[in-house]
Design a protein around this ligand. Sequence first.
Ligand SMILES: Nc1ncnc2c1ncn2[C@@H]1O[C@H](COP(=O)(O)OP(=O)(O)OP(=O)(O)O)[C@@H](O)[C@H]1O
Ligand SMILES: [Mg+2]
Length: 253
Amino acid sequence: MNAETVRSQLKTLKLHTAAAELQEVLDQHKKAVSLSWISDLLEREIDSRRERALMTRIKKANFPEITTLETFDWSFNPQIDENRIRQIAGMDFIANNQICLFLGQPGTGKTHLALAIGVLAANRGYRVYCNSIKRLAEDMLRAKAKNNLDTLFKKILSARLWIFDDWGVTTMSREVAEEIFDLLDRRKHSSAMILTSNRDIDEWPQVFPDPVIANATIDRIFDRADISIFKGTSYRLKGKIEVKNVNSKMRHK
Ligand SMILES: Nc1ncnc2c1ncn2[C@@H]1O[C@H](COP(=O)(O)OP(=O)(O)OP(=O)(O)O)[C@@H](O)[C@H]1O
Ligand SMILES: [Mg+2]
């Protein structure tokens, strides 16, 4: 254990004066001071601050549930590109403010994997904003009515990763469509985004009030986007299909 380790720990804890004056204090105390106990103590403080910061980020991200890559059964729908998803989970797309689109059939794990990547991002220290498009629309209208749409925009724009779930499920009023366009237009240089949708891309324009805003918004969603297609059977039906098979087998006996 040396003074440099302790100095770096003090800096991590933003105890800048203590870091700057450490050598002077050690010199004053002359005797060979053991630094290991203080370093252990500081490490505990650093760990607990990291843990608290992570909890705050997870809470603020508003994840509807905490999922992980480890609990995902890749063999269930083998057409889902595991390597690609693991590459995305490597987080380079966040550093590059890129868009990842998770598109495909219901129940195939788009939300599960988007949330798992969001949790990993929060672990890495990134601020995450997670919402379904339907709730985002409601939040926008509520904020507008209270005259604090700016606060909502600031909150979203200050997150490095946006997760927008269930794109295309509900149609948008002009008011909402214009705000969502504005938000997506302002994203480019500040945030990455994962957007999930089970709706066919050809049908996306139908959720907008007119083709002009539809084209402009869809154009921004596909800007340098990385597309992962989710093909397969709904995991929601997994147990039910087995139950059905068991039932029919029993009936045939
Ligand atoms: N391959 C899988 N392994 C383990 N759990 C899975 C798998 N695929 C989906 N699930 C689980 O099935 C449920 C449905 O998955 P999820 O919500 O991610 O589907 P989705 O693709 O977002 O569907 P939708 O388009 O309807 O929103 C979730 O509880 C999820 O954890
Ligand atoms: Mg989903």
